[in-house]
Design a protein around this ligand. Structure first.
Ligand code: 7RM
Length: 654
């Protein structure tokens, strides 16, 4: 971390906004001034840009660490994303420009999206889904994913989107945690030319989910209805989406929701083996995502906005669906991999659809860099006018490459820091105002306040420390589904006696200009290619294998993925250790959690380094995995363990 700090401290490049960009920008210096002068007023003004059925009576009720925003107000998220635009001048404007991985395409206007969502909402109601019921969505990146989310919002059902790359077991855990009534899935999805059997995965998950009453299946492979291999329909429980839609009326009266009614649950990894159901509400969340989409991405009517994140992550929720649609934007949506069929797929899409704003992740940018400059160079990217980055720290080298090879040295870059829990972007440049520095997310947005503290809560002016969000904001999570104590404990107990301070779990540095440089997680959460994975989750998966007695998982730095997973495994029977078992364990974890959690390295060891009280010293395992000199070993119960581990690690694959 010290080395990382020094490198960042020496970053001297500055990129002020161009006068042309600044002159037309949505957010100006006055935006900061307004928010500073009266924070609540600033958020109330942003909320007032939405359409409400009943105005709120109180902007904020803050009983730390519990917040309620816009109480007394009622609204519907789907009305804000659709009806407002379908009724007016944007009626025939494209809401979604969609492209499937095999090359199929669909353009859906606001009017069409409004109708489709109305139908889907009626279809869900006909299946018995009521206000407050949970609906799980396990779909590929197809328009139906957005339609399903908005249909839930329309009838006040709570959606819980589960990333299509997750395993059947991860899906059933999430369904059971919030007692989901209806699952929406597809026969299949496409990824790198492969067919992903989502319905088959779902059937597996549904063996252990008593709360599920109905399954709705989107047909992603039209013409394959006879192909029972991909979707075996169970009589009475399973329904084809297109059949339900045919029968459903298109006009659907929206449910009037309280500002604080739950809009969705999204599961994210934490420091235990069990993912947390992050709860977001209607009024605050929508206010936050709508305002930040406009401010941070400088959204204008003529833009084509492409957020490349999957809808299964919060970035897809906030900046592919709710934020852009609340603003009446035209969104690009792409189903597949960036290197399919060729490594220029993204640039081909940008050129053909005239993408003007691109929002992607550092792990993708590093892959593009590695593939070579020739891929973007083959395409006309001159329509691009703004670039965004999210998900993990972006190294200055990748930032500079992004700026030059994608942005033509002309587009501002917004490095946006936020989390599933914050719902919307918190720390980011505003592209018409902020002078950016490669690798820095810069400062808290208007209406937000971030600080840097030491573990005792003392403010650090310049240097390294723990990031803290010091004021509540509308899009913040309200609780963890079914476990409010865990909410208080995880996020608001870092600094004793200060239940008003939110701890996001990240370490950061602040420079003498007050810019933040986010360094990453300080807890046992990994960030693998922008995806959050708890070390405990992987450990619990490993110990479920009959051969495994104990496992310890750590992150190690990885050129493309940011972090990769290294697992130290103690076997029940040492003589069983073999390269085949190593592969089997990797596969076992991928099956249990999803391919994103597959360990890169597995090391068998007779013992794990422990303190005398029996705690595994992950710090030392990290040193070993990174090939670094070992830190302090004086608290180890048996100092010989690490030396032998390190020797093994060095010749592991050999
Ligand atoms: C949006 C999202 C959240 C964690 C967060 C950080 C890391 C995200 C940045 C970043 C440095 C960034 N939600 N993170 N954005 N680190 N710079 N611009 O990613 O819940 O999946 O992850 O991701 O560690 O705590 S998330």
């Amino acid at each position: 971390m010290t080395e990382q700090l020094d490198t960042l401290l020496n970053e001297a490049r500055r990129f002020p906004p161009s006068p042309e960009f600044a002159a037309r920008a949505q957010a100006t210096a006055a935006t900061y001034a307004e928010a500073r002068a009266d924070r609540l007023r600033f958020w109330a003004d942003r909320a007032a840009e939405l359409e409400w059925s009943t105005p709120w009576h109180t902007v904020l009720e803050w009983d730390p660490p519990h917040a309620k925003w816009f109480t007394g107000g009622t609204l519907n998220a789907s009305v804000n994303c659709l009806d407002r635009h379908a009724r007016g001048a944007k009626r025939n404007q494209a809401a979604l420009l969609w492209e499937g991985e095999p090359g199929d395409r669909r353009v859906i206007t606001y009017w069409e999206l409004f109708r489709e969502v109305g139908r889907a909402a009626n279809a869900l109601r006909a299946l018995g889904v009521q206000r407050g019921d949970r609906v799980a969505i396990y779909l590929p990146m197809i328009p139906e994913a957005a339609i399903a989310m908005l249909a839930c919002a329309r009838i006040g059902a709570i959606h819980s989107v589960v990333f299509g790359g997750f395993s059947p077991e991860s899906l059933s855990d999430r369904i059971n945690d919030s007692k989901v009534k209806v699952l929406i899935t597809a026969d299949a999805g496409y990824r790198r030319g492969q067919v992903i059997p989502l319905k088959r995965n779902s059937d597996k998950a549904l063996e252990t989910t008593p709360s599920i009453e109905h399954v709705v299946v989107v047909q992603r492979r039209p013409g394959s209805s006879g192909d029972e291999a991909f979707a075996e329909m169970r009589e009475g429980r399973d329904h084809w989406w297109h059949r339900l839609m045919q029968d459903a009326p298109l006009s659907c009266e929206p449910e009037t929701m309280d500002a604080e009614d739950v809009l969705f649950i999204l599961y994210t990894s934490g420091t235990t083996g069990k993912p947390k159901g992050i709860v977001h509400t209607t009024g605050g969340y929508l206010t936050g995502v709508a305002a930040t989409t406009r401010m941070v991405f400088d959204l204008k009517d003529e833009d084509v906005f492409w957020c490349t994140a999957d809808i299964g992550w919060v970035t897809g929720h906030s900046y592919l669906v709710y934020g852009p649609l609340a603003n009446g934007a035209t969104c690009m949506m792409y189903e597949g991999a960036p290197d399919w069929p060729e490594k220029d797929r993204f640039w081909d899409i940008c050129e053909r659809h005239g993408v003007t704003i691109l929002y992607t992740a550092p792990t993708a940018i590093r892959a593009f860099m590695k593939w070579g400059d020739e891929y973007p160079a083959k395409h006309d990217l001159s329509r691009l006018r703004l670039l965004g980055s999210v998900g993990e720290p972006i190294n200055p080298e990748a930032w500079m490459w992004y700026r030059e090879h994608i942005g033509g040295n002309r587009c501002p870059i917004v490095d946006t820091w936020w989390q599933t829990e914050t719902g919307a972007i918190v720390i980011s440049p505003l592209p018409g105002i902020t002078s950016t520095k490669p690798g820095s997310a810069t400062k808290a947005l208007p209406g937000h306040s971030a600080d840097l503290l030491d573990s005792l809560g003392k403010r650090i002016d310049v240097g390294g420390g723990l990031l803290a969000l010091t004021k509540p904001f509308p899009s913040m999570l309200r609780t963890i589904w079914g476990d409010d104590a865990r909410y208080v404990e995880t996020y608001f107990s870092k600094w004793p006696g200060r239940p008003d301070l939110y701890f996001p779990g990240d370490g950061a540095k602040r420079d003498s200009d007050g810019y933040f440089w986010i360094l990453g997680r300080v807890d046992d959460v990994l960030n693998v290619a922008g995806h959050r994975i708890g070390t405990m989750e992987v450990e619990s998966a490993l110990v479920e294998h009959p051969a495994v007695a104990e496992a310890a998982v750590v992150g190690k730095s990885h050129e493309l993925k940011g972090q990769a997973i290294a697992a130290f495994v103690t076997l029940r029977d040492k003589s069983k250790q073999s390269p085949a078992l190593r592969d089997e364990l990797k596969e076992f974890v991928a099956k249990k959690i999803g391919a994103l959690a597959r360990p890169d390295d597995i090391l068998f060891s007779a013992d794990l380094p422990k303190t005398r009280s029996g705690k595994i010293m992950r710090r030392l395992l990290r040193d070993i995995a990174e090939g670094r000199a070992l830190g302090d070993v004086t608290t180890l119960a048996d100092p010989n363990v690490v030396a032998s581990l390190r020797d093994q690690y060095e010749d592991k694959e050999g």
